[in-house]
Ligand binder design. Structure first.
Ligand SMILES: [Zn+2]
Length: 413
């Protein structure tokens, strides 16, 4: 009798456990589906307060939630040109041979098995990470060397590979099949980005192993397939805060494939200046850099405080005292992944960035987006392994920007 009662209780308990388990699985499924269903990559999240200043314009512009209606005809109209769509409708049956005829450029097409395995999506979202200082203690705008190393390792292990900002914006994304590009940027040219420590015997200097560049170089040496590159958005008069080494540091960076970007001459809030002063701020920065490293052109701009001026066109190009500049990309603060360079959703003059921090990120930091892409891999840019071939799922066909694709091959599957 006792035994029977006991076993009934156990059965009841087991049933309850099963019901609760099923409920949780169902709830998890609903949450996952809801998380992926919205076009979070293009839609963007809330704007962030940066360096104490809040500006809603970068939220509006940074979301890149461009609807088809808003897309200029020049970029969309090309989709229908010359019967391209038909050709692009399906991945070639004869995969290995297509495009590899004598005299034609060599393309690396994936086999059907590889397509299924890698699920390439070169119209997916790309994380452009924004760092400020590397040092101690960890805070909203400071990442410790240990945490920066942790970020690099996490990105690498999750299949992200470093590409430079300019390679991303021009679509020259050389990442092996199945992997995703990620871009690292640093603002404000503090000493802990690239720190030279003078040797005790006075014979030159060594690189501080805890500065950002040393950590990046070390990671690259230990993981040669991790990709290399970062863009340093600098301002004057003393970028990297060791005046005697300004030129040496520029050369050190450029010779190793890092980029120097424009953060205006004096870290100016461009929303407070008139057009003439804005052009001057941008031109002087680019001019100083090209004076230091002959022939080097600064070609991208990160807006101090994320603040836009009223007249956006002068960010892309302008001239001051005979010196002219061109910016192929303008970076925001933002809080969401950037669209693919081949997507109509990308506005190169409003590229959103993700804060590489775990403090006050309001659910929009690096690790939140890593989780998001783990849960929703179909939203992530995944390479087909050939930068001359653009491969994406068929349902994203409407998103392709033919102008940005230029003479690359495009295939939907
Ligand atoms: Zn700044």
């Amino acid at each position: 009798m006792f035994k029977e009662k006991y076993s009934k209780k156990i059965t009841l308990l087991a049933n309850m456990v099963i019901v609760v388990f099923i409920f949780f699985v169902f709830a998890l499924l609903v949450i996952t589906l809801a998380g992926c269903a919205g076009d979070n990559v293009a839609g963007g999240g809330e704007g962030q307060t940066v360096e104490g200043l809040h500006d809603t314009r970068h939220t509006q512009n940074g979301g890149n939630g461009v609807s088809l209606k808003e897309v200029p005809q020049s970029s969309r109209g090309n989709n229908e040109e010359g019967g391209q769509l038909k050709e692009e409708n399906s991945y070639p049956d004869n995969l290995k041979e297509t495009g590899n005829n004598a005299g034609e450029e060599q393309y690396k097409f994936l086999s059907k098995e590889e397509l299924l395995k890698f699920k390439p999506n070169e119209l997916g979202g790309v994380m452009v990470l924004m760092y400020h200082q590397i040092g101690y203690p960890e805070s909203e705008w400071v990442r410790t060397p240990e945490n920066f190393k942790k970020d690099l390792l996490n990105l690498y292990q999750k299949g992200y590979r470093l590409v430079s900002l300019l390679d991303y914006i021009s679509g020259d994304i050389n990442v092996e099949a199945g992997k995703s590009p990620v871009i690292i940027t640093f603002d404000d040219s503090t000493q802990n980005h690239l720190n030279f420590i003078e040797k005790a015997d006075g014979d030159g200097y060594e690189i501080d192993p805890d500065c950002a560049v040393a950590i990046l170089e070390d990671f690259y040496n230990n993981h040669p397939d991790s990709g290399r590159g970062a863009t340093f958005y600098i301002y004057f008069p003393n970028p990297f805060r060791q005046e005697k080494y300004i030129k040496d540091k520029f050369e050190f960076l450029v010779s190793r494939g890092y980029e120097i970007g424009n953060h205006t001459y004096s870290h100016a809030d461009l929303s407070l200046l008139d057009d003439e002063d804005i052009v001057k701020e941008i031109a002087l920065n680019a001019m100083e850099v090209s004076n230091s490293i002959k022939g080097y052109e600064v070609r991208s701009l990160a807006l101090p405080y994320g603040n836009y001026p009223g007249n956006k066109s002068i960010l892309a190009s302008g001239e001051y005292m005979g010196y002219s500049y061109t910016n192929e990309a303008v970076l925001l603060i933002g809080s969401n992944p950037a669209p693919s360079p081949f997507s109509i959703d990308l506005d190169p003059l409003a590229v959103p960035r993700i804060r590489a921090s775990e403090i006050k990120v309001e659910g929009q930091g690096l690790y939140d987006w890593l989780d998001y892409f783990d849960a929703c891999p179909e939203k992530r840019y995944i390479s087909d392994g050939d930068s001359k071939v653009i491969t994406a799922p068929r349902e994203l066909m409407d998103k392709i920007n033919r102008k940005a694709v230029a003479n690359r091959k495009v295939y939907f599957y």
